[in-house]
Design a protein around this ligand. Structure first.
Ligand SMILES: Cc1cc2nc3c(=O)[nH]c(=O)nc-3n(C[C@H](O)[C@H](O)[C@H](O)COP(=O)(O)O)c2cc1C
Length: 150
């Protein structure tokens, strides 16, 4: 199973979660691939069998800058190779903002447009509650892997 991890991060918290998730997937003999500056070409060259989005939220419910080029390419091209793949999103945010996890929501909507099947509902990691988003993501990731394997 080849899982492409698409990450968006401003200050590094989401990128840390993405790296942690990559490590855990590899420990389970899953071919995880993660590049925070991935282009569409990079993603398609990897030939993913599943997509995992990990993104924080910035501005007023927006996606971080580093994921915007890939987001725009995916939205413009809607590549057929990704249609029907299983996927899921881990959103990092702060519930004190109006558009809580708005970046994750945008990525979910993009996945839906791509025809990616959400095999597990979005995980929301709240910066005002959590001190360790990496470990908080572990139970969700275990369920995500189970869903990929069934
Ligand atoms: C300028 C700024 C704007 C933010 N806007 C939102 C927002 O609209 N919604 C939300 O849920 N979280 C918002 N956050 C919270 C971040 O998404 C949260 O702290 C996250 O853990 C940061 O992850 P990162 O280090 O990967 O960027 C904002 C944070 C900052 C600093």
């Amino acid at each position: 199973m080849k899982v492409a991890i698409l990450s968006g991060s401003v200050y590094g918290a989401a990128e840390d979660v993405a790296r942690h998730v990559e490590k855990l997937l590899k420990q389970q003999d899953i071919q995880a691939w993660h590049n925070p500056r991935a282009t569409l070409q990079d993603v398609l060259a990897f030939a993913p069998e599943a997509l995992l989005g990990v993104t924080s939220t910035t501005g007023m419910g927006e996606l971080p800058d580093n994921i915007m080029p890939l987001y725009a390419q995916l939205r413009d091209e809607l590549p057929a190779a990704l249609r029907g793949l299983p996927g899921g999103v881990i959103g990092l945010g702060d519930s004190s903002y109006d558009l809580y996890c708005g970046g994750g929501e945008q990525l979910r909507e993009l996945f839906a447009e791509l025809g990616v099947r959400e095999v597990q509902g979005m995980l929301r990691l709240d910066a005002s509650e959590s001190v360790n988003p990496e470990t908080d993501a572990e139970p969700w990731l275990a369920e995500f892997v189970r869903a990929l394997r069934t």
